[in-house]
Design a protein around this ligand. Structure first.
Ligand SMILES: [Fe+2]
Length: 264
């Protein structure tokens, strides 16, 4: 296997700027442009839909309310468990397929349970973008499961001093809506900023045998869309520090992935 070299900083920046969309929340989502960015670059950034002040507010509430005592084991929960507010810490490998390893804390926070950190308004904005990309109705699976799918609204916290996710491709999750729009993307909201909340590591993709740091130019409140068929992961967050599982330091992102509803 050939060695994966990092894409030089200047090329990363050029790629980022080329696929950065400054958006107005009152305007339609530019689905075609995003689709072509995913085709050519594998990733793009949507700016202007969530403000840095909104993110800062969420982070403060998360920091104040967080307790490590709320951590549950990384596996073994039912889907009913995570369709409520639920916090788990996952460390280890998940064989056999995909052979993926990680150290990440996930806080499920669905829209029908208590709005713990003021995230619900931001999740709704993410869902609107997701549904536009899917070619689904604007409010698809917004407040309840629909067509056998539910919105797994959640935070992912990669702790300082070791949070990571190994390189992988996403399993195909979305198929009920695939014939109407894109079916191969992931959408995440940046609730932390490289260079501020962590110095090293963060989201990456492998593109043309190059390691692409996808986060170094992102700002708080940016939404990142990437091609879920691409190889991607999270490089270790601040490995030069001691692992900190007691606080909310490190990398924080949000997802609104559609999951198949198995509770019915
Ligand atoms: Fe993934």
């Amino acid at each position: 296997m050939s060695k994966i070299e990092p894409l030089p900083q200047a090329e990363c920046q050029r790629l980022f700027q080329e696929h950065l969309y400054q958006l107005d929340p009152t305007q339609p989502v530019p689905v075609q442009s995003i689709a072509s960015s995913l085709e050519t670059a594998g990733v793009c950034c949507l700016r202007g839909l969530v403000t840095a002040a909104e993110v800062t507010g969420v982070r403060e509430r998360f920091r104040d309310q967080f307790s490590r005592d709320d951590d549950r084991p990384g596996v073994g929960e039912s889907q009913g468990d995570v369709q409520r507010n639920f916090q788990k810490l996952r460390v280890g490998i998940s064989p056999p397929k995909p052979m993926n390893s990680r150290l990440v804390r996930t806080i499920y926070n669905p829209l029908w349970d208590e709005d713990l950190f003021g995230m619900h308004a931001l999740f709704r904005r993410m869902i609107r973008v997701r549904n536009a990309l899917l070619g689904a109705a604007e409010d698809f699976a917004l407040t309840q499961p629909e067509q056998g799918l539910w919105t797994a609204a959640r935070l992912q916290h990669y702790p300082r001093g070791g949070g990571f996710m190994s390189a992988h491709r996403d399993e195909l999750i979305i198929d009920a809506t695939a014939d109407r729009g894109l079916d191969h993307f992931q959408l995440l909201l940046m609730l932390s900023q490289k260079g501020v909340d962590y110095q090293r590591g963060g989201g990456f993709t492998i593109r043309d045998e190059r390691f692409v740091d996808t986060e170094q130019f992102c700002e708080l409140g940016d939404m990142v869309v990437y091609d879920s068929r691409s190889v991607h992961g999270v490089d270790t967050i601040d490995p030069q520090e001691m692992l900190d599982l007691e606080t909310t330091s490190g990398r924080l992102v949000a997802f609104v992935t559609l999951y198949r509803d198995l509770t019915g």
